[in-house]
Design a binder for this molecule. Structure first.
Ligand SMILES: NC(=O)c1ccc[n+]([C@@H]2O[C@H](COP(=O)([O-])OP(=O)(O)OC[C@H]3O[C@@H](n4cnc5c(N)ncnc54)[C@H](O)[C@@H]3O)[C@@H](O)[C@H]2O)c1
Length: 336
């Protein structure tokens, strides 16, 4: 645990404690004496965790992310613990990153970069395909998906098709047709996942649906790892149903991402196998990560903390102006 002493104007927060451990039922007791915990995508805030937080008199669970699939909201409500999330990211951050990942994996920029570092300037195996005229399927056309659709349609001259449980009029205005999910997979050269992780979307890419892809298609997932079954991905790459895979998220990423494991043996054999393929490009959940975000998120969370102060639950909320390290899994706050 790292305790960081902060400058203390009147009524300010006295201590922020950063922990390497993820928040779970086993670690929640560490929040003893704190008013709030701040968590990220891979902390497990289930009902047992929340019950332990309640026992520690925690009043606020604040998320430094938009997705809240890891929080049991009903349990939080039952225990009278407020939950605050980031209401809106820059959707451009994730949309631009999605396009970047696709360009990199399609033109093999990651492989070329590694070669050049070894003074290997051979182009063998680096053939790519142009995007112009290709069919891009967008699954989930909300804030991020609609921007990705626009970039491919208007920027690259692709034919874009979409699939969503709710049609977005802005997307329809661009002349983008909505298809059934299965039809989208059959028609697309590139499939980008931008729907949230829910019970309905868990493993939407599985051993059955992956066989619907056009041979050699590219799959890009910057949404949530749980949308894809990793075993199906390995099988699809090995059997060349998929031409390439770019992923910023992984189903069991909570034991891997946001920390430096380079001095350890990573024991997730499936992850190791998947990321060892030359046509798989994986990054560690960084699509959201912009410089300006490190200021934006704290400000948004401060607002919630200030509300709590007004409600006399806490005295101050200066905590987050200092930013925080992304690689710390969660932290808790003691108010003065
Ligand atoms: N990699 C990152 O750093 C990062 C950052 C932010 C968000 N995300 C992910 O991106 C996702 C999308 O974010 P957003 O801001 O565009 O969300 P959004 O709520 O604006 O859009 C999600 C869209 O998915 C649709 N959807 C819901 N269920 C669906 C289903 N079964 N099939 C098809 N579509 C379905 C919704 O109707 C909506 O249009 C988030 O859920 C989050 O998981 C990732």
């Amino acid at each position: 645990m790292i305790r960081i002493p902060f400058w203390r104007p009147t009524n300010s927060i006295t201590t922020i404690c950063f922990l390497n451990e993820a928040l779970s039922k086993d670690t929640a007791a560490m929040a003893k004496g704190c008013d709030a915990v701040c968590v990220f995508v891979n902390d497990n805030v289930d009902s047992e965790t929340i019950s332990t937080l309640k026992d520690q008199n925690v009043k606020l669970i604040t998320l430094r992310c938009a997705g809240f699939n890891n929080i049991d909201l009903a349990a939080a409500k039952k225990n009278n613990i407020a939950v605050a999330r980031v209401p809106a990211y820059s959707p451009y951050a994730v949309a631009e990153y999605t396009v970047g990942l696709l360009l990199a994996v399609n033109r093999k920029i990651n492989r070329a970069w590694m070669r050049v570092r070894l003074d290997n300037f051979s182009l063998e195996g680096l053939l790519g395909r142009d995007l112009h005229g290709k069919v891009v399927g967008i699954v989930g056309t909300g804030r991020i998906g609609s921007l990705v659709a626009k970039a491919f349609k208007q920027g690259f001259g692709c034919k874009v098709v979409a699939s969503d449980v709710k049609k977005n009029p802005e997307v329809e205005k661009m002349g983008i047709p909505y298809l059934k999910f299965e039809d989208l997979l059959k028609e697309s050269d590139i499939v980008c996942l931008h729907c949230p992780m829910t019970e309905e979307t868990h493993h939407i890419i599985n051993k059955k649906t992956i066989k619907l892809f056009k041979k050699g298609a590219i799959l890009v997932n910057t949404s949530r790892g749980g949308l894809t079954d990793p075993e199906a991905l390995v099988e699809a790459i090995e059997n060349e149903y998929l031409g390439a895979l770019a992923m910023d998220v992984y189903e069991d990423e909570k034991d891997l991402f946001f920390r430096n494991l380079s001095n350890y043996i990573v024991k997730d054999a499936l992850f190791q196998r998947l990321t060892a393929f030359p046509n798989v490009l994986c990054t560690g959940h960084q699509a959201f990560s912009l410089r300006k975000l490190s200021m934006l998120l704290p400000t948004q969370r401060c607002r919630k903390l200030q509300t709590l102060r007004k409600e006399k639950l806490t005295k101050s909320a200066r905590l987050l102006k200092f930013g925080y390290p992304w690689d710390k899994s969660w932290f808790f706050v003691q108010f003065s």
